[in-house]
Each structure stands twice: as C-alpha cells, then as structure tokens.
Ligand binder design. Structure first.
Ligand SMILES: Cc1ncc(COP(=O)(O)O)c(C=O)c1O
Length: 338
C-alpha cells in the first residue's frame, strides 16, 4: 500500500467513529437568576474533552502527509491527553508514547499502559516538550505537539464544541465558562459564536498559579508565572500560543480550594463525579452571576469525569494532608445557590 492510500484509510477510520454531540445536562445549579447547564465532555469515547483536539490533530497530520504508516505517536502531556491519544492510537493500530512529568500519578501511568502505551517519565516537568521531540525524531515517531498545532488543526466554523452547543440550545446561552489548557477550547468557542452571530460570551475559569488571568488582566500575552497548575488539564505557567487574550470576554481567577469545593458540591447535586477543572468552571459561573448580575442560561464545560480522583481531590484525608480547607468555599456556594 502506498503512503497516500494508508493515510486515506486512516482518515476514513477516524471519520467512521461515531461522534454524537456530547450531552448538555440542564439546570445542574442556579445562582441568583442564572441557570447553569453542563456540557459533558466526559462522554467522549476516551472520557476527555481532549478527544476533540487529538482527533483533529491526527486528521490534520494525515491530510497533510505528516503522519506515516507504522509511526509511533508521541505526545508531551500532564497525563490526561494521553488517554485520548491512546484511544486513537489503538483505532489506527499505531504504537504510542506519553512523555510525562516524573511526579505523574501511578494510576495515570497504569491507565496509559493498560491502553498499550509506553510512558516516558521526565524531570524537570518542563523537559517533557524537548524530550518528546527527541524521542519522536529518534524513533520513527510523530510528535503531535498539541500546544503549537492546536490552532491550525481545529475547525472553528463547523463540527466543533461551539456549533454542537448552539444546536442544543433553543436560544444561545449568555455565557459559556471553560478552563484553558492549550486554550483552543476557549478560542474555538469565541470564534464560533462570532461566526454564528450568537451573543454568547466566553469566560475562562483559571486556577491558582496560572498565567492566563494575570496575562488577560494586564493585556500582556508574554506573561509567565513559571508555576505549574494544581488543577489537572487547565491553567498554564505561560500564555500558550492557541490562547488569544482578546477573545476571552472574562478570565475569572479561582482559588484551588474553591475549585475542589465546587467539584464536590456538584457531585452531590448531580450524583456524578467530574474532575477538579469542572469545579473551577462552576465556581467561576458563581462569581460571574454574583459580580455581573448575569441572569439566564450559562453553560459550564466539564472536561473529564472524576473517578480517577477518588483517592486525591475527593478524599478528605488527602485534602487534610495537603492543608486544604474547602469549608469556607462550600458555605459561599450554599449561600449563593438556589
Ligand atoms: C479537564 C479539562 N482539560 C482541558 C480543558 C481545556 O483544554 P484546552 O484549553 O486545551 O482546550 C478543559 C476545559 O474546561 C478541561 O475541563
């Protein structure tokens, strides 16, 4: 088979995977006159919002002739994106390597290995990018490089999270609240709402140590904190290339203890455990309602489920060991919700 025929077959296989709209769970919380709905991105086959981006990156690489038969897929990741990568590597019959910080949780390593992937653990954490590039160059590999390629690979006009969401709403929501890792979800939502002439505004919920809030507030795209986020999947030590500060209507800083309080509060209300980043979004929705008096529909993006955090963010003993007290934040949520 020629390279081009293999790439065409691989594109067909990716496009053949059913990709129904992820569910919109309605009225999961109310703050004043605002009703909060939840876009459940944990419903993707790989359980992650990153499913969309990894699929788009692979399609882009195949259509561009950059990804060849037998290549090892390599990605630098905090761990989360590797599960989506593993899903697609298996679909295409390609080996994959996840390059992760050495302090990655053993359960995360086990999850990647159970998908047939290899983990390369690296210290210091920021060395994951150069290591992934090196491994890919040595090893007949293809480095996905999501932080740098997200923007080129993502179609903000059709078939994205924004177009899906508008089709699920009778009238466009006033706000959508999401977190930012690469920043592509926030940028795609904002671009699509302009393209569709929807009045929906985009708020980015930003955890502790992240550069997105100070960068947005100061208007400086070169802002850096140099500190890793403690909320998996979102918050970055620098403004990443796919994040456009001028496309975010608001960036809401969220203390980590408030993210965790909101995550647990949401689990009790809905009976579903989502990850800590969903708590960040819920807290930011509460802040928006309280600070701007926003009423009507707001949508928060849930990027992943929470079962893998059972022994950490959902564990009272773990939180106590870290000196994290969610109590005061919890009280604020209860007082402001209806
Ligand atoms: C768990 C999780 N990961 C990632 C993201 C966003 O990722 P990106 O900015 O790379 O699109 C979100 C957004 O809310 C999220 O909840």
């Amino acid at each position: 088979m020629t390279e081009a025929a293999w790439a065409r077959g691989a594109i067909t296989a990716l496009r053949a995977e059913p990709a129904p709209a992820t569910p919109l769970r309605r009225a999961i919380a109310r703050f004043g006159g605002a009703v909060v709905h939840l876009k459940d991105e944990s419903a993707h086959p790989s359980g992650k919002l990153k499913h969309r981006l990894i699929r788009d990156l692979l399609l882009h690489a195949l259509a561009s002739g950059d990804l060849r038969e037998g290549a090892t897929l390599v990605e630098a990741t905090g761990g989360g994106g590797a599960l989506s990568l593993g899903h697609f590597a298996n679909l295409l019959g390609l080996p994959f390597t996840a390059v992760m910080p050495a302090r990655a949780h053993p359960a995360q390593v086990a999850a990647i290995e159970s998908l047939g992937g290899r983990c390369e653990l690296v210290d210091p954490p920021l060395a994951i990018y150069t290591t992934a590039e090196r491994i890919a160059a040595q090893d007949n590999g293809f480095y996905l490089d999501m932080f740098n390629r997200a923007e080129a690979a993502t179609d903000w006009r059709t078939g994205n999270i924004g177009s899906e969401l508008l089709a699920q709403c009778d009238t466009p929501p006033g706000w959508v609240v999401c977190g930012a890792g690469t920043g592509i979800t926030a940028a795609t939502l904002a671009r699509h709402f302009r393209y569709a002439d929807a009045p929906t505004r985009v708020a980015v919920a930003d955890p502790g140590h992240s550069a997105y809030f100070p960068g947005w507030a100061s208007g400086d795209p070169g802002y850096g904190t140099g500190m890793p986020s403690r909320v998996p999947g979102i918050g970055r030590p620098r403004i990443e290339p796919a994040f456009r500060i001028d496309l975010a209507d608001r960036v809401v800083p969220v203390p980590d203890a408030a993210s965790i309080a909101a995550m647990r509060y949401l689990a009790e209300r809905t009976g579903t455990r989502y990850g800590p980043a969903t708590g960040t979004c819920l807290w930011a929705a509460r802040q928006l309602a309280a600070r701007t008096g926003a009423t009507g529909a707001m949508v928060i993006v849930a990027g992943e489920g929470g079962e893998r955090y059972r022994d950490t963010y959902y564990s009272d003993a773990w939180l106590a060991g870290k000196g994290i007290d969610t109590g005061p934040w919890r009280s604020v949520l209860e007082e402001s919700s209806g």
